[in-house]
Write a protein that binds this ligand. Sequence first.
Ligand SMILES: Nc1ncnc2c1ncn2[C@@H]1O[C@H](COP(=O)(O)OP(=O)(O)OP(=O)(O)O)[C@@H](O)[C@H]1O
Ligand SMILES: Cc1ncsc1CCO
Ligand SMILES: [Mg+2]
Length: 261
Amino acid sequence: MRAELFLRLRAEKPLVLNITNFVAMNVAANVLLAAGASPAMACAPEEIADLTAISGALTVNFGTLNAEWVVAMRLAAEAANRAGRPWVFDPVAHQATPYRGTVVAQLLRLRPAIIRANASEIIALAGGQAGAAGPDAGDAVEAAEGAARDLALRLGAVVAVTGAVDFVTDGARACRIAGGSALMPQVTALGCSLTCLVGAFAAVAPGDPFEASVAALAAFAAAGAAAEVGASGPGSFGWRFLDELAALTPAAVAGACVVPA
Ligand SMILES: Nc1ncnc2c1ncn2[C@@H]1O[C@H](COP(=O)(O)OP(=O)(O)OP(=O)(O)O)[C@@H](O)[C@H]1O
Ligand SMILES: Cc1ncsc1CCO
Ligand SMILES: [Mg+2]
């Protein structure tokens, strides 16, 4: 299934619309290009619904939030729902401020198909006490697995928690994905970029956001492990990671360590 979705991504090059943060815009566009998708980054409320309607999927990341972007995010999510397109939510550091908390509640009401976040963000989303307030995780993924299952059931969404070993669940099914590299959290916005890649896989997997999420995380795990070989730090890892994403094969995606949980 993962290899098939990866082949479909490469063949169809889906247009993926991303409202993402200033830090991630360039990184994520390059990640999507390397993986084989077609990225569009935008945030103007005036055009966002029209762009959503012509895109295969929408991703929303509120890492560098402001009031105008919130309007665009709501219009885009509503347009995605009208058009029957999946939308993926990355609530970066939503636990940091009351403003983010208000916005996260508004956006969750617009029914994301998939939530992709780190362990601290998922714990806080389920109402728990997170070990970090900023964009970097301060909790292990294992500590967020219960919160992820609860959220998935409560929201009717797939929840993908990332970290050393990722965890994905739709409330009924669940699996863990190992691999990647400890250098990945040392390169900013790789998690944000992964959210965009989840959107790309969701665009070619209509009706199956769980498999789409697993495939995207497996692709990152495979490319991350390969990029670590020969990397001497976060800088060389960054460009090697893009090269490895571009060089990914269906066999490498299928061969990632994905274990039912
Ligand atoms: N210690 C680790 N070992 C292996 N892979 C890791 C490790 N930490 C994170 N990753 C991988 O890095 C990628 C990004 O996940 P991460 O949890 O760091 O996202 P994030 O905290 O949202 O990042 P950002 O907010 O900087 O974009 C995922 O593919 C994840 O599997
Ligand atoms: C560093 C940073 N600050 C806001 S968004 C972002 C990118 C990683 O989430
Ligand atoms: Mg993040």
